[in-house]
Design a protein around this ligand. Structure first.
Ligand SMILES: Nc1nc2c(c(=O)[nH]1)N[C@H]1C(S)=C(S)[C@@H](COP(=O)(O)OP(=O)(O)OC[C@H]3O[C@@H](n4cnc5c(=O)[nH]c(N)nc54)[C@H](O)[C@@H]3O)O[C@H]1N2
Ligand SMILES: Nc1nc2c(c(=O)[nH]1)N[C@H]1C(S)=C(S)[C@@H](COP(=O)(O)OP(=O)(O)OC[C@H]3O[C@@H](n4cnc5c(=O)[nH]c(N)nc54)[C@H](O)[C@@H]3O)O[C@H]1N2
Ligand SMILES: [Mo]
Length: 770
């Protein structure tokens, strides 16, 4: 572990630094030689789907796709360290709570089901059947099934997720808080009304053909490293890449591919972005609107001159609706207002518009820098507006590419993890499985926390994830969890959610994706869907971390059987499904037309792609067209309200973006470095603009507390951060999540999507005393 220091890193993303860090991870996790075999099986036809990110694989075949952070994810799961009953016997929960998240997960894999014992404040082993019986009893005892909530984190396979939602609906609720509520929900909400599907429209082949890439608010060098391979190829063949990001991220600037010996040996690197725009935090909406304004102006000029139109008139006429109102609204927008709201000059907006106009095949990607803002849905729809102007959706080399997070977060939604299910889907469930599913809308993440606080949720079950740390408003979330009668976590590794528990609590240890899943003496595969709607099989190759582990589908079946005492679709027992996962896939195929022939199609090399109608210019919207949407510039933003609230310190209010370091996977901390950003051996740092620091009277190198400013008067602070002067737009600061989640108010959410606005939290910095 390096000593804490701040030292700029001048090398490209990837390169030798990436190789070195994989080696360090393998040693840390005690995986000497076999580790190499585990890594070589990631994303291979007969191997497992990488449990890291949801970026698709090339053909899902041939060469090993090297990815530093995928390797870390695999190593973290394949670790040789174990958390056993003996481990719990020697530590009270109160003692464990003193440890940081890095230490907790560092203890390794959970080996036995455990039950909290209040008398000793310790977790004690419990038999699987006893654990299931206890859950069943508690769920049956609730007067209303809506008093239970069932969380899912996006590593869960399609098979586990489908069974889970089926059981929960048979039990009687749609309370499915899901990690995607905190992630790409604005994408899932924003896209359907405008293009008819809440998913991306492009494939990797489109990436090969695109001549222009607009990358909004995502950091692929850390969070989707395999995407850098695509960007490298694009840059090499002369495609123009434009990055729009709060920070100058190294992976968007230069990349050395660890799989290219030439590049590695010559210490060379490929420049990635030809243009780099750094809008003010949340300024993307106004930026895109400004780009559109210039596109419309240039088009009008061309027409006036008698030149060819710059818009795709035929596409707009044949495929879209709402262009005239939309264009009138944009034309009426004032440049000075757009400049103020975006933090980008008119000249730069025009420059990017000209690049867009030169592009014949344009792809727009986006990540959390777009979705975790109040105006996220409007911003995504504005990006769609831009793309529609020149027909950049539904033809080769062009389209929309929301870059998903967890490796199966998209699939979980596809197979029914949804707190707002459609009537058609519920009808289908009723028809196929012979019970009446609940019709009431369920609760998402933020609403679940509010309901826990009000005593409306009494049982919480988490299928993976780390609810206590990933969610906003940490102290309130913890209060909510602690008020529950029962909390249950299906997990691979110890995390804080197991320690911030209800009156009763269970930890149920499960197999990870890298492990062999044997049912009835036969090895089972599971399926996942990547960010480009490709569905494929995944087979673990490692021996399970403990003989007591069960698979996620088997755990769901155990809970379901103990709760309901009967199966569905005429089967007496839920375990019928888990004896052979083909049966679950057949049930999925019976439920969703798109999965017809699932078992056969998924066994073809590379799997299959789910239908993506907008990629064929079929618009499954209410009016059967792609829709232009009109959105006004934001009036008073939360940060403006906060400035008033802060009174004489109003001018000092900054907007905090909570981001990921290079050495973490969400709440799992792999290490304490963020080397591309020059941070080593520590995580409690806050990146700030030097001029802002001068204005507030704080110097780089000082330590500060970050203090929330919000209308509800609740005190929110995150204490003791090192101030780092950084190249970041004025008015914005950035710090790592989850340390800063306590600063995110529960009601700070994206309009229409409920996603916590984790990238724009109004705060003040206070110098630490003493
Ligand atoms: N190694 C690793 N891989 C991961 C994850 C991980 O934690 N570690 N997490 C997974 C998950 S669940 C997800 S959702 C994805 C997340 O992947 P990303 O979407 O890349 O997530 P973040 O690190 O939160 O950062 C988003 C980027 O947005 C920028 N940004 C912040 N505010 C703004 C803004 O207002 N405008 C613009 N234009 N940019 C802004 C930040 O500078 C940062 O580069 O990655 C997945 N993959
Ligand atoms: N402030 C702030 N908050 C955020 C974000 C942000 O950018 N800023 N990002 C949000 C986003 S995009 C997301 S997706 C969420 C992530 O929220 P979660 O998905 O809830 O969190 P993770 O940290 O990915 O969960 C890690 C835990 O999952 C368990 N686990 C790992 N693999 C498996 C498995 O195969 N099966 C099971 N059952 N368990 C497993 C391990 O026990 C591990 O401790 O956080 C959100 N929270
Ligand atoms: Mo995510």
């Amino acid at each position: 572990m390096s000593a804490p220091k701040i030292a700029p890193y001048d090398r490209p993303a990837g390169g030798w630094g990436a190789l070195k860090n994989v080696a360090i991870q393998l040693v840390t996790q005690g995986i000497p030689v076999k580790g190499a075999r585990t890594l070589l099986s990631a994303n291979q036809p007969s191997g497992f789907d990488c449990p890291g990110c949801a970026w698709p694989d090339r053909e899902h075949a041939s060469t090993f796709e090297f990815c530093e952070n995928g390797a870390k994810a695999v190593a973290a799961e394949a670790t040789r360290r174990r958390v056993t009953p003996e481990f719990f016997a020697t530590r009270t929960v109160t003692e464990l709570l003193e440890l940081d998240d890095y230490t907790l997960e560092g203890y390794g894999r959970l080996t036995h089901p455990m039950r909290y014992d209040a008398a000793t404040d310790r977790y004690l082993p419990i038999a699987w059947d006893a654990a299931f019986a206890m859950i069943g009893e508690r769920l049956r005892a609730l007067p209303d099934p809506d008093q239970a909530a069932f969380y899912t984190s996006g590593r869960t396979s399609n098979e586990a997720a489908f069974l889970y939602q089926l059981f929960v609906r048979q039990y009687g609720t749609n309370n499915f808080p899901d990690c995607s509520n905190m992630c790409h929900e604005p994408t899932s909400v924003g896209l359907p009304p405008v293009v008819g599907l809440g998913k991306g429209t492009v494939t990797l082949e489109d990436f090969e053909q695109a001549d222009t890439l607009l990358l909004f608010g995502q950091n692929p060098g850390t969070n989707h490293p395999r995407m850098l391979g695509e960007l490298r190829e694009a840059a090499k063949r002369g495609a123009t890449i434009v990055s729009i990001n709060l920070l100058h991220e190294r992976g968007l600037e230069r990349f050395a591919d660890p799989q290219r010996p030439g590049e590695m040996l010559s210490m060379g690197a490929t420049p990635i972005s030809a243009h780099y725009v750094t809008p003010a935090g949340g300024g993307d909406f106004a930026f895109v609107k400004g780009v559109i304004k210039h596109v419309l102006e240039r088009d009008a000029e061309a027409r006036a001159r008698g030149d060819a139109a710059l818009l795709d008139d035929a596409f707009i006429a044949e495929h879209t609706h709402g262009f005239d109102d939309f264009a009138a609204d944009v034309r009426a927008e004032r440049w000075d207002a757009l400049e103020r709201a975006s933090g980008v000059s008119r000249a730069q907006m025009c420059r990017i518009a000209d690049i867009y106009l030169r592009g014949e095949r344009v792809i727009a990607t986006w990540g959390m820098g777009i979705t975790q803002h109040k105006q996220a849905v409007a911003t995504i729809q504005m990006i769609v507006n831009l793309m529609l102007l020149r027909g950049n959706i539904g033809r080769p080399g062009a389209g929309l590419c929301p870059v998903r997070g967890h490796s199966n977060v998209q699939g979980d939604r596809t197979v029914g993890i949804n707190e707002k299910p459609s009537a058609a889907f519920l009808d289908r469930i009723a028809e196929v499985f012979g019970f009446a599913p609940p019709r009431r809308e369920g609760l998402g993440v933020v609403d679940t926390i509010s309901a826990m606080l009000d005593g409306r949720i009494k049982v919480f079950i988490g299928m993976g994830g780390n609810f206590a740390m990933a969610t906003p408003d940490t102290p309130r979330t913890w209060q909510g969890l602690r008020q529950c009668e029962l909390t249950v976590h299906v997990a691979t590794k110890l995390n804080r959610s197991h320690l911030v528990h209800g009156r009763d609590a269970l930890i149920l240890p499960c197999l990870g994706r890298t492990e062999i899943d044997m049912q009835n003496g036969v090895v089972q595969g599971v399926t996942v869907e990547d960010s480009m709607s490709m569905v494929h099989l995944s087979y673990g190759i490692n021996a399970p971390a403990s003989e007591h582990l069960r698979s996620e589908p088997a755990i769901v079946a155990g809970i379901a059987q103990a709760t309901m005492g009967r199966g569905v679709a005429g089967h007496a027992d839920w375990h019928w499904y888990t004896e052979d996962y083909d049966r679950i896939r057949d049930a999925i195929a019976a439920t969703f037309e798109d999965f017809a022939g699932f078992n056969r199609r998924v066994r073809r090399p590379g799997g299959f792609r789910l239908p993506v109608p907008p990629s064929e210019r079929r618009w499954m919207t209410a009016n059967g067209r792609a829709n232009f949407t009109t959105h006004a510039l934001p009036g008073e933003r939360p940060v403006d309200v906060a400035r008033k609230l802060a009174g004489e310190r109003g001018a000092d209010v900054l907007q905090l973006a909570t981001i990921r370091s290079h050495d973490q996977y969400n709440t799992t901390i792999y290490g304490l470095n963020d080397r591309y950003r020059g941070v080593f051996g520590q995580r409690r740092v806050v990146f700030a603009n030097l001029e802002d620091l001068d204005a507030i009277g704080i110097r780089a190198g000082e330590r500060v507390d970050i203090v929330g400013v919000w209308h509800d008067g609740i005190a929110r602070r995150a204490n003791d951060f090192l101030v780092v002067a950084y190249d970041i737009p004025r008015g914005s600061i950035a710090a790592y999540y989850p340390e800063t989640n306590g600063l995110v108010p529960l009601d700070a959410v994206a309009d229409g999507a409920g996603t916590p606005t984790s990238k724009s939290i109004p705060v003040l910095l206070e110098r630490r005393v003493g």
